[in-house]
Design a protein around this ligand. Structure first.
Ligand code: MRU
Length: 364
């Protein structure tokens, strides 16, 4: 996608520097800053402290992190140490483990001298594959939006609601939940997107920045507004992303997603989840019981960051000493999900639905 007219991916390999460049998302939407990652510690901090974020982007970054580590030391023990350090950065998004498992399975049979280059090529492949997966999710999601548009008087927008940022900066490009939005807009279908603020990190502001840059009509709303809008017929469809989806179709996504799904069900609003196949955890079935939910620092709740008169500032919103609680994700049971939009098509959120589209993966 473009930033001020220049095409960008959310990460890219700088051949001259021999290093990965990322968009440091902590400063968006106010400042567009690029960061070069120069050590394995840089990679780990970038993921833990959310310079990069979003399940697919975390996975791609970890793949490059593994390549970086193997360039420093390609031995079995160094590979395991890099795996462990990168894996410990964030617990919920399964793409992290998926990318690390894929890299170590591919590198283990190679002699150490061949590992660094092979791991870098694999990281490039994972990044390119992510772009293609998301492009295809967009094509399938576009069909859903088009079908709604055809039921409306000409020119009336399809009103979509999304939570968190499942946009191009949460992936390598296109985004998952936003890919159908970009493709619908580019196809000339009028849409309007209700963008949930998504406290505490306000990833909705990132979504607003993305949609605004692409000329897509949108409104930034509080996290509590969605139910009201649905009761008043203001939402035609909800599309969210996911950080981990179980083989039974339970969806773990940014905290607050579950409440949107409940409101959608109560109001007969279709609730779709954009799901790249690397985000399926085929090893778990019961999302509520089995998915580890990241507990993030209290200061993310007690303080907010924004643009002030003289630059970006952080202010405290609670009385001094107020304890905070910050579970970062929740699980939406499969029964509340209308459908999963994957790169291979749309399926029911169920074991049969996922296995029907991905028989090769389900059987492993
Ligand atoms: O904590 P974050 O910002 O990494 O959480 C991101 C989300 O919850 C996204 O919705 C999810 O990763 C899907 S991104 C395509």
């Amino acid at each position: 996608m473009k930033v001020n007219g220049t095409p960008f991916r959310s990460l890219w390999w700088d051949q001259d520097a021999g290093a990965l460049q990322i968009i440091d998302q902590r400063w968006l939407p106010h400042e567009f800053r690029i960061q070069q990652l120069n050590s394995l510690a840089d990679y780990c901090t970038a993921i833990t402290d959310m310079h990069v974020r979003g399940a697919p982007l975390i996975g791609a970054t970890a793949a490059y992190g593994m390549a970086f580590a193997l360039r420093e030391d390609p031995s079995d023990s160094a590979m395991q140490a890099a795996y462990d350090q990168l894996h410990a950065t964030r617990p919920t998004a399964i793409n992290l483990r998926w990318a690390l498992d894929r890299a170590s399975a591919a590198m283990r049979p190679l002699t150490p001298t061949h590992r660094a280059e092979a791991a870098l090529q694999l990281a490039h492949h994972i990044a390119d594959e992510d772009v293609e997966i998301n492009r295809r999710i967009g094509t399938h999601g576009l069909a859903l939006i088009r079908a709604i548009a055809e039921t409306k008087p000409a020119g009336e927008p399809v009103r979509l609601l999304t939570h968190c940022n499942a946009g191009w900066i949460a992936t390598v490009d296109w985004g998952t939940a936003t890919s159908p939005m970009y493709q619908a807009h580019d196809a000339g279908i009028p849409i309007h997107v209700w963008v949930d603020e998504t406290r505490p990190r306000n990833q909705g502001a990132l979504t607003a920045w993305e949609l605004g840059s692409h000329g897509i009509s949108h409104s930034y709303i509080t996290d509590n507004a969605g139910g009201h809008l649905m009761q008043h017929g203001q939402v035609d469809m909800v599309i969210t992303g996911t950080d981990r989806t179980t083989r039974a179709g339970d969806v773990c996504n940014k905290i607050g997603t579950y409440l949107k799904a409940l409101a959608a069900r109560d109001n007969g609003v279709p609730f779709y989840v954009a799901l790249p196949s690397p985000t399926i955890d085929w090893t778990v079935s019961d999302g509520i019981a089995e998915i580890p939910i990241e507990d993030r620092p209290e200061h993310e709740i007690t303080h907010v960051q924004g643009r002030a008169q003289h630059g970006i500032a952080t202010v405290q919103v609670t009385p001094e000493g107020t304890p905070g609680g910050n579970p970062a994700f929740d699980v939406t049971p499969a029964r509340l999900v209308t459908g999963l939009i994957t790169e291979r098509g749309i399926c029911e959120a169920s074991e049969a639905g996922l296995a029907g589209l991905f028989p090769d993966m389900a059987a492993r």
